[in-house]
Write a protein of this length. Structure first.
Length: 283
């Protein structure tokens, strides 16, 4: 009986010794609820402080148009509306959907220093003419995270940019025979999808900062267009709370295409670059 009691009394002592000798359990790391790389939905809403470069040529049925720097010729750097919105939805850890919308609207007028051939009309030097430019870009892309850690993410994407362009010049003009036709409005417009491939990397930094670097490309022909589209972006974001933050970024966007459409034949180079600020919503 005494030996049995000794065995029973020794069990707690043995358990205590094993507990003391065993390696300490690894404490569970608390999750950072301000880490954007761990959020399911991330929305950026903001606007641009940017410069643009709009060059276009619109040929007429029997004439070749003037290769025109619209921003310089018509001083369109004044009134403008520039908005941008981005959406990232992490469907799962590695599979994401991304959306984008950007709009740029500009107007300008000036007394022409030289003749401008635009479509079937020529706006003559010494007369006042007005230009209106409207651009909008939308994107929907699928993104795959081929490298995923709590604070580092690398993604490859395939998507479609939908570009809508409308360029219009208004003023006194002559037709292709040289006859005056009074005040006319001559416009060129085009819409079309551009399939793009992209790469994006994101890093969660100390103090609730996130750095995001992205590039997207298209080279070739599609529909009535032939040329290239390039989009490069660098952004830094600071989250004040789990759901709200502020950010600052830089973007360079270039579309350079030749068009052969029923409405017009010609070329277009449109680009913008500059800083943009945005608000971030995450949930």
């Amino acid at each position: 009986m005494t030996k049995k009691l000794h065995r029973v009394a020794g069990l707690p002592l043995a358990a205590l010794a094993l507990a003391l000798l065993a390696p300490p359990a690894r404490a569970q790391q608390p999750t950072d609820d301000k880490n954007l790389l761990e959020q399911g939905f991330v929305v950026h809403l903001g606007g641009f402080l940017l410069g643009s470069d709009t060059r276009a040529q619109v040929d007429g049925q029997t004439s070749t148009g003037t290769e025109l720097d619209i921003d310089e010729t018509f001083d369109t750097g004044g009134d403008s509306l520039r908005l941008r919105g981005d959406l990232l939805w992490r469907i799962s850890r590695r599979h994401h959907l991304r959306g984008l919308f950007f709009s740029d609207s500009r107007d300008g007028h000036r007394v022409l220093a030289e003749d401008v051939a635009w479509g079937d009309y020529t706006f003559q030097a010494g007369t006042e003419a007005e230009a209106r430019t409207r651009f909008s870009v939308g994107e929907l892309a699928y993104e795959y995270a081929f490298y995923k850690k709590p604070k580092v993410e690398a993604n490859v994407s395939f998507g479609v940019h939908w570009v809508d362009v409308d360029l219009e010049i208004e003023g006194e003009a002559i037709d292709d025979t040289g006859a005056p036709v009074g005040v006319v409005e001559e416009s060129a417009n085009g819409t079309g999808p551009f399939p793009v491939l992209g790469l994006r990397g994101a890093w969660a930094l100390p103090h609730h900062w996130t750095l995001d670097l992205q590039g997207q490309f298209f080279f070739g022909s599609y529909g009535d267009f032939e040329g290239d589209l390039q989009d490069y972006r660098l952004g830094a974001n600071w989250m004040a709370t789990r759901h709200f933050g502020l950010g600052l970024g830089y973007e360079l966007f270039i579309v350079d295409v030749d068009a052969d459409k029923d409405s017009y034949t010609g070329s277009l180079r449109w680009g913008y670059d500059g800083l943009y600020g945005f608000l971030t919503l995450a949930f």
